[in-house]
Design a protein around this ligand. Structure first.
Ligand code: FMN
Length: 246
């Protein structure tokens, strides 16, 4: 197995960081790696905002619902949908941009932002750093918009903590790979058995961590997916001009 595959197969999130700074050189390399990633039609409608200031990270930790690792990790990167950048190009060409009002636009930008996030994570981990993605910023997207001074046609989609690892966590098990990979056509036949088995595995994982509050994967999803867990996304995205109505 080559080093890249080994690194990717060893993925795990880190929620415990030392206060050692991430050097400028390391951070530049990570960002350069993500910057070279692909985007749909080469639109490059993704931007990053790097926050290293401790007080601002503490504020983001609060916005994300009280996630202490955001204040602890020395670097927090917000991955933005940035249709403001493309608008400038479109207007230069004498046209009016519409894509940001569509589901296609939001979906494409979310895919491209996800690729960016993935590349940031792989690059940071290849340097021995720890990472954890943070969707919790969408709990209060308006507060992120205010903090980062985001203009219309932009949206803070996801964040990433990066730092030196203080305490490493064991890898979290996954549903059986047969429920991930389908050959030639979709087949949900094994899903229920895979979920039953995974619910048992994840309970053993919590026990191994000494987490008496651990619940099964199914129960956790039931608690979270029974509602739109970040209901501010749609109205705040619409306020930013990302109407999602086309
Ligand atoms: C887009 C995205 C958003 C996430 N948001 C959060 C978050 O706000 N807080 C957090 O602690 N973990 C967050 N995570 C981490 C997941 O909880 C984690 O990836 C998952 O439990 C699997 O664990 P692992 O990454 O250690 O394998 C997020 C992951 C992704 C991909």
């Amino acid at each position: 197995m080559n080093d890249t595959i080994e690194l990717m197969q060893a993925h795990h999130s880190c929620r415990s960081y030392t206060n050692e700074a991430v050097s400028d050189a390391m951070l530049d390399e990570i960002i350069h790696a993500a910057w070279r990633g692909p985007t749909s039609i080469n639109a490059q409608e993704v931007s990053l905002i790097v926050v290293r200031d401790a007080a601002r990270r503490a504020r983001i930790a609060e916005i994300a619902g009280g996630q202490p690792w955001i204040a602890q990790a020395p670097v927090f990167i917000t991955v933005l949908i940035d249709f403001n950048k493309t608008r400038i190009g479109v207007e230069k060409a004498g046209q009016t941009q519409v894509i940001h009002e569509s589901m296609e636009g939001f979906g494409v930008a979310a895919v491209d932002a996800g690729i960016t996030l993935g590349n940031l994570m792989t690059a940071a981990r290849s340097q021995g750093l720890g990472i954890v993605p943070i969707g919790g910023i969408r709990r209060n997207p308006q507060a992120m918009i205010d903090l980062l001074e985001l203009p219309p046609l932009t949206f803070p989609l996801v964040g990433l903590c990066i730092g030196h690892i203080a305490a490493d966590a064991p890898q979290k098990p996954r549903l059986d790979i047969s429920s991930f990979r389908h050959d030639e056509r979709y087949d949900a036949g094994g899903y229920r058995a895979a979920i039953d088995s995974y619910d048992e595995t994840i309970m053993k994982y919590w026990q191994q961590l000494g987490r008496s509050d651990g619940i099964t994967w199914s129960e956790n999803l039931g608690n979270i997916l029974k509602q739109v867990y970040f209901p501010e996304v749609r109205p705040v995205a619409a306020k930013q001009g990302l109407l999602n109505d086309k």
